[in-house]
Design a protein around this ligand. Structure first.
Ligand code: AP5
Length: 216
């Protein structure tokens, strides 16, 4: 299975990717996650990306395409992958097509998770994640079962993202509408686009995506 989870910041791409990758044993390729790791490790890419991410802008195409190209060659992608947050521009989508063509692979579906802007702000401002395994939670919508203990790994430390402040979130949303949403007709014209209602609860969204995967 090779899937793209597509949608604005906070629509639930990461949440669904984590659940589906656990179930289907596929690789989770989150460019945001990889970039945050590079920032925290102080690598050359991280130093280049840090300020751009903090102001809610997009990291240059060549940087993210380079990261994805390297990841696609790793053995963990042999059973398929879920792309989360990539591609985000037409240049990235065309580069992905070229990379996959060279490897004799193709994307099975692009699942668009549809959520209104008002709800996105609420989702992002309540989000936090496990510092150890990255499992995602929400103050209202997805609390850990035992208070301050991660459901997945038992970790007890949690973090909130630097770019989740409201002004930065609005900038990320503007960038989504200007640079990323134009990819929807691109994938629609290829017959790959499958929309799901992202306003439903987490389990219902997972079930809707499973129904799309069932007919592949
Ligand atoms: P990235 O990390 O990709 O962030 P994003 O796309 O803005 O998406 P988010 O991670 O904020 O949201 P999500 O859709 O994963 O939602 P989540 O599941 O967490 O990118 C960060 C930055 O990196 C970018 O701004 C850019 O600078 C750079 N970058 C990354 N990729 C790039 C690229 N390709 N090109 C250039 N730059 C790039 O859910 C949100 C919250 O809601 C959680 O708390 C969750 O528990 C809750 N929730 C989820 N689903 C539901 C539901 N159905 N009901 C109720 N609550 C829910």
């Amino acid at each position: 299975m090779r899937l793209i989870l597509f949608g604005p910041p906070g629509c639930g791409k990461g949440t669904q990717a984590q659940l589906l990758c656990r179930e289907f044993k596929t690789a989770h390729l989150s460019t945001g996650g990889m970039l945050r790791e590079a920032v925290s490790n102080g690598t050359e890419i991280g130093l280049r990306a840090k300020e751009i991410m903090e102001c809610g802008a997009l990291v240059p195409d060549d940087v993210v395409v380079g990261i994805i190209s390297e990841r696609l060659d790793r053995p963990e992608c042999g059973y398929g992958f879920i792309l989360d947050g990539f591609p985000r521009t037409v240049v990235q989508a065309e580069s992905l097509d070229k990379l996959l063509r060279e490897k004799g692979l193709k994307i099975d579906r692009v699942v668009e998770i549809k959520v209104t802007d008002e709800l996105l702000i609420e989702r992002i401002s309540g989000r936090f994640s496990c510092s150890n395994c990255g499992a995602s939670y929400h103050d209202r919508f997805k609390q850990a079962k035992q208070g301050n203990v991660c459901d997945v790994c038992g970790g007890t430390g949690f973090t909130r993202r630097e770019d989740d402040k409201e002004t930065t979130v609005r900038e990320r949303l503007n960038n989504y509408h200007a640079q990323t949403a134009p990819l929807l007709p691109y994938y629609h014209s290829k017959g790959l686009l499958a929309p799901v209602d992202g306003m439903a609860n987490i389990e219902e969204v997972t079930a809707a995506i499973r129904r799309i995967l069932d007919v592949l």
